[in-house]
Write a protein that binds this ligand. Structure first.
Ligand code: CJB
Length: 840
């Protein structure tokens, strides 16, 4: 028949035209097919975990189809692309998010139920892909969701670590780090690209040759490894667009060194090659803390070098002039970790493509932009010259070249200003000299942004002041945001339902400003009842989680008070637990008959990982756990006070913790938390904030109203004066009496672990309270008192909670990404038509 007359291409097209259907039977058929042919299991002998695997593969099929169509569509329209480069992507579980974004959750729920499985328990089977430490990596994940949803032609680029952030065990009050080999059972969400491999060079030397009267540099020798692409489809919500997160894995190079295999030691030579795999083995578990390890620089360069090759290959697919580059690509640097991409692109343009340096440089900085995420000095990357000279010799030469050209321009504008010159220079004139990656990032970018208004202001007035004076227009603010898909729609299904009912539809999921319309429900008794019911059900869920994971019974009627984030002195979990001790001592001082009248029951929960080498952070965990031991077993206290350390805080348990929280703590020393993003998630889920005027708290207060938050503590402008005061005051006078009493109890060994805990408090007691716990403690106490008063008035609390949630629209990452797209990237949306909605 006519079939035989089709060309091979036409035949394939015809077969592919049968787009996947999503009725119950087709879904079930595809799941069963995967059980049989992908897992090679019999239908009668498979567990809920196999169900998870089969279901995921069936969802993956649907993702891949949209993913391929999207990529083709972008290519066909030759649109400007955004490349979001990040050393971390903290994605969390895929399955539920994918189903919700594809709007297939109901279909699958039904289909799976008939096969004998409850979809929720299937979700629980998935390990968290935890390729990030905390805020920075999670921000990148939220951004991908928003870029897909807003139909922006964007790709994420990162590293496929074999080991994500370690799993945290708490035993006898101490943190233990267990390796997270998350790929153990395979990963249905990725597509291994056997045919996308790029060579990456390390070490070697630069040879100079002369060609047409010009000097040319050739970087050669050293070691080669391969970077292989693994693609992770990212579906948008309420759109067919599905973008890509491309992660690189290192492998031994295909070319081999004849000499080493000829020495006779075959095994030794193989061993050398195997070392290549180690580069992308493990995520560095430091949050906001730089450590100048060579392996880390190798990871960074692998990411950068593979990505730039990929970007250039795509740009060159069409024949065009290099001058079009900044009109076709926008590269966003998520902090300085991928900043070497600036040098790498310039290197390719001048060494391989033979462009003139001035022309190439203009293409580079017009293409790049850079986001700063912290002003903490210990987090700023500075690579030693020797390390760089050895690992990336040509890049070091180019850095000097960039610096020379840049400083010449500065000198013209500010003659005889050596001080300014040395602060702007990429090279820190220390011994040994260092490369300042922040300076390189600013110089190589057309836009630089902070992540909340207060933080962006600090950048231009302190850390990057001199750069700001040079190019004020380069500096912008992009207040962070979080995706309402994962952080409302997925994690708080009941709240999502309430919104959908009240608003008569679910378009709020992509336009959070709609929930503002519920202002008129704030006083509505029925709405308030629904609100309370939802919070209580979420609290129940957390109660079970705590019972199962910590063995502790918590009181459902108590105020759920939560501080979950990485352990860090600037975040002041220490201050929180010192207050808890104070509260405990007050309860003990009250006679039994008065206790319940005087104190409100509270459950205070902490969670978060400490970097393995961060001694003080680990001591803070020990203090929290020691206090918990004492208090939780004190029969005089009963359920008036319970303290819980939630082990292994991660994205999937955040999805349980956050919706159940009534009060969340964001209490960093003013000026030190660049933004914070969990504060946004808590507010969206109706938690009230006790917090300082820091990071995005400031803007949250503007949106929800100060009267709906518990704000306390020194303002950023007070900090310097307070530190001076602290250093000049006798410690016994400096700390308020309530705090001295707490210190004394710890000193006495009341909570055990006396040596360790004494060392911890001695770090702040001896005129060394850098994070100003002593200065803020009094006002923290007052804020806590207000919390209790407000919670006593259930109606008032509910009202405050509602106001927080319905006024949180600004903190949707959709708003953030739209601003990046308009004000930094200059990209437009390209929405691909949904084939199932158009005639085929
Ligand atoms: N941040 O998570 C990190 N790691 C760093 O190395 C530096 C900063 C955090 O980034 C978040 C996203 O911008 C911020 O919300 C948070 O304040 C900051 O500490």
């Amino acid at each position: 028949g006519s079939q035989n007359n089709l060309t091979q291409n036409e035949k394939m097209w015809k077969l592919m035209q049968s787009y996947i259907n999503n009725d119950k039977e087709t879904i079930q058929q595809s799941i069963v097919n995967h059980v049989e042919y992908t897992l090679a299991k019999t239908r009668f002998d498979f567990s809920v975990f196999h169900a998870y695997q089969a279901i995921s593969h069936s969802v993956r099929d649907r993702l891949i189809e949209a993913f391929n169509d999207t990529a083709q569509y972008f290519t066909h329209h030759d649109c400007k692309r955004v490349y979001y480069l990040s050393i971390e992507f903290l994605m969390g579980r895929y399955l539920q998010n994918a189903l919700i974004n594809l709007e297939l959750e109901e279909n699958y729920k039904e289909a799976v139920l008939e096969l004998g499985y409850n979809l929720e328990s299937v979700y629980e089977q998935e390990v968290d892909p935890a390729l990030g430490n905390g805020g920075l990596g999670r921000l990148a994940a939220c951004f991908l969701d928003s870029m897909a949803t807003l139909n922006i032609p964007a790709w994420g680029y990162g590293i496929r670590y074999s080991y994500g952030i370690f799993r945290q065990l708490i035993k006898d009050g101490y943190q233990y780090e267990v390796p997270d080999y998350w790929l153990d059972n395979g990963n249905p969400w990725e597509i291994e690209r056997l045919d996308v491999n790029y060579p990456i060079r390390f070490y070697g030397y630069v040879r100079k040759i002369h060609e047409n009267g010009k000097e040319k540099s050739i970087w050669e020798g050293g070691e080669l490894v391969l970077a292989r692409a693994y693609d992770n489809p990212i579906p948008g919500y309420d759109t067919y667009n599905t973008i890509n997160l491309r992660l690189w894995r290192s492998l031994p190079a295909r070319e081999f060194d004849f000499n080493s295999f000829n020495q006779g030691d075959y095994f030794k030579a193989l061993e050398e090659r195997e070392k290549a795999e180690y580069i992308t083995s493990v995520l560095y578990p430091n949050d906001s803390n730089y450590s100048g390890k060579e392996l880390r620089l190798k990871q960074q360069y692998l990411l950068v070098c593979a990505t730039i090759q990929d970007v250039i290959r795509r740009f060159k697919k069409k024949k065009r002039d290099w001058k079009e580059l900044p009109e076709k690509i926008a590269v966003q640097l998520n902090d300085t970790h991928p900043a070497m991409a600036i040098v790498e692109l310039l290197r390719v343009l001048i060494d391989h493509e033979n462009l003139e340096i001035e022309f190439a440089w203009e293409l580079v900085y017009r293409s790049f932009s850079y986001t700063n995420h912290t002003i903490l000095p210990e987090a700023l990357e500075k690579w030693g010259i020797d390390l760089l000279a050895n690992l990336l010799p040509r890049h070091l030469e180019i850095v000097y070249l960039i610096n020379f050209i840049f400083l010449e321009k500065v000198t013209k504008k500010f003659p005889n200003d050596l001080h300014r010159l040395s602060s702007l220079s990429i090279i820190e004139e220390s011994n040994p000299k260092k490369i300042r990656m922040a300076n390189l990032s600013i110089i190589g970018s057309h836009a630089v942004n902070g992540v909340a208004a207060i933080h962006s202001n600090l950048l231009t007035t302190t850390l990057f002041k001199d750069f700001y004076e040079l190019r004020p227009k380069k500096f912008q603010n992009k207040t962070n945001g979080v995706t309402p898909r994962r952080w409302i729609r997925c994690c708080n299904v009941q709240l999502a339902q309430l919104y959908t009912e009240q608003l008569g539809g679910d378009t709020w999921v992509t336009d959070l400003t709609q929930v503002k319309c519920l202002e008129n429900m704030v006083e509505d008794p029925e709405f308030q009842n629904n609100w309370q019911r939802i919070k209580r059900q979420n609290k129940e869920q957390l109660k079970w989680w705590v019972k199962e994971n910590c063995g502790i019974d918590i009181n459902l009627d108590s105020l759920f008070d939560v501080q979950v984030k990485r352990l860090h002195e600037y975040k002041r979990q220490f201050m929180n637990i010192l207050y808890v001790i104070h509260r405990y001592l007050q309860i003990k001082k009250t006679t039994a008959d008065q206790r319940y009248a005087k104190f409100l029951p509270r459950t205070i929960m902490f969670g978060g990982k400490a970097a393995p080498g961060y001694i003080n952070a680990k001591r803070i965990i020990k203090l929290i756990c020691s206090v918990a031991d004492k208090v939780n077993t004190d029969s005089e206290v009963g359920d008036l006070l319970k303290i819980v350390y939630l082990p292994n805080y991660n994205v999937s348990n955040a999805q349980i913790i956050i919706p159940a929280t009534e009060l969340s703590q964001h209490i960093s020393t003013a000026g030190l938390e660049a933004s914070g993003t969990s504060n946004m998630k808590f507010v969206m889920n109706g938690s009230l904030i006790i917090g300082t005027m820091d990071g995005a708290n400031v803007e949250i207060a503007e949106e929800v109203g100060k009267e709906n938050m518990f704000i306390f503590g020194a303002l950023v402008d007070d900090i310097e004066g307070l530190r001076n005061n602290m250093r000049n005051t006798d410690p016994s006078q400096y700390f308020p009496p309530e705090l001295n009493e707490v210190f004394q109890k710890i000193d006495e060994g009341f909570f055990g672990a006396v040596d360790e805990l004494r060392q911890l408090i001695s770090t702040i007691r001896n005129r060394n309270d850098y994070y100003l716990i002593g200065a803020d403690f009094k006002s923290y106490l007052e804020a806590q008192k207000k919390v209790d008063e407000s919670y006593r008035n259930k109606k008032l609390w509910t009202k405050m909670s509602i106001c927080n949630a319905i006024r949180s629209a600004k903190f949707s990452s959709d708003r953030t990404i739209q601003q990046y797209a308009d004000e930094i990237w200059g990209v437009k949306a390209f929405q691909i038509p949904n084939p199932s909605q158009s005639a085929r």
